[in-house]
Design a protein around this ligand. Structure first.
Ligand code: AN7
Length: 350
């Protein structure tokens, strides 16, 4: 039986034998071959569907370890700033552990699904007028002053937990050599975590390859691409609406060491990839998670980087059900018919 990623990868994580593990049996998410995209673009792409985690995003990987450690260290409360998914995950693991959970979120720019999660898991929600970067600044000051455990990716256990995603990808690919790992970049924790995981497997001779790390950002929130803080980040992909990535140095190193790249994609490109993934591959993700696929398509179209026959994994970080407004605002549902056989028969016009 799958008992969560700490149990599975405990030899790679510093957890004591008698530690009480806070888990929702996260991890073990599907790796899905992207048949339609592969035919269209000539690469060999696999989709790591992190939306299948218990709270619907990859954040659960870091949260199981961060909350386990918070409990071990006798913390009384956890706190985070969030564009949505971290707050949902913190609230879930907070609920399970019995720790009080506080989440500071940008009121106007958080998907309703994520807010609903924080609400029903019972976190104290602190909405602010301002963006994620502002929220994180406030939360960091609070954790300096009060005995609260920060569970943003500045907490080292977050990255440690998230590195298990690289182990899983390598395990699922069995003996296939991965060329490229593509993922969306916001606060730049996940790219840092994947690189660490791949390096650990390589150094322990479990794998004999190191993939290039390709990080994709939304064009108007592309701090890593531009090499500077973005004061007023914008994008429809609210999860990665971040202008001042706290893990920028580690992420830059991951990109350089792996011989990878950072690139940006427009909201239009994100929207197109989001639709392709759902309508051609059957994989429904939130907009931010479409960024890496949008990026790969862009590289193919620009013809600047050959991806032909390359083995690629795109990390689809969050579930589509979290951001239903995005779909309902952009696509229309047909008007209702009379609830009669004849009306429906005429309408479908077989
Ligand atoms: C779906 O929840 O930062 O580069 O506060 O929710 O590791 O920050 C979310 C980030 C990508 C970016 N995809 O990952 C938060 C938050 C989704 C996300 C990212 C996020 P990082």
């Amino acid at each position: 039986m799958w008992k969560g990623l700490i149990n599975k990868y405990k030899n790679y994580l510093s957890v004591k034998k008698d530690t009480n593990i806070v888990t929702l049996n996260e991890g073990n998410t599907p790796l899905i071959k992207a048949d339609w995209l592969n035919k269209e673009y000539g690469f060999e792409l696999y989709l790591k569907f992190e939306g299948a985690n218990p709270s619907g995003s990859f954040k659960d990987r870091g949260m199981t370890l961060a909350v386990t450690k918070a409990l071990e260290e006798n913390s009384k409360a956890i706190i985070c700033a969030s564009t949505g998914n971290t707050s949902a995950s913190a609230a879930a693991y907070g609920a399970r552990s019995g720790l009080k959970t506080l989440v500071v979120v940008p009121k106007a720019k958080i998907a309703k699904g994520k807010l609903s999660q924080a609400l029903i898991y019972g976190a104290q929600i602190i909405p602010i007028k301002g963006n994620f970067d502002k929220a994180l600044e406030i939360v960091r000051k609070l954790t300096d002053k009060y005995a609260l455990t920060l569970v943003n990716s500045l907490n080292p256990f977050r990255i440690e937990g998230q590195k298990t995603a690289a182990f899983e990808v390598a395990d699922q690919l069995e003996n296939k050599e991965l060329d490229i790992l593509a993922l969306p970049v916001g606060n730049a924790g996940n790219i840092t975590a994947y690189w660490r995981g791949f390096k650990e497997y390589y150094n322990k001779n479990i794998t004999n390859y190191l993939p290039k790390m390709f990080g994709f950002q939304a064009a108007r929130s592309a701090a890593m691409v531009k090499g500077r803080t973005i004061e007023d980040p914008e994008t429809i992909a609210t999860a990665i609406r971040i202008g001042n990535p706290v893990n920028r140095d580690k992420a830059q190193k991951a990109m350089e060491e792996s011989n990878g790249l950072f690139d940006s994609v427009t909201d239009k490109e994100i929207k197109e990839a989001h639709q392709i993934l759902a309508s051609k591959e059957g994989v429904f993700i939130e907009p931010a998670s479409a960024a890496p696929v949008a990026g790969l398509i862009k590289l193919c179209k620009e013809n600047k980087y050959s991806l032909t026959n390359k083995k690629i994994v795109a990390v689809l970080t969050g579930n589509g059900l979290k951001d239903q407004e995005f779909v309902l605002d952009n696509y229309s549902i047909p008007n209702s018919l009379e609830g009669k056989f004849k009306s429906v028969e005429e309408y479908i016009n077989i």
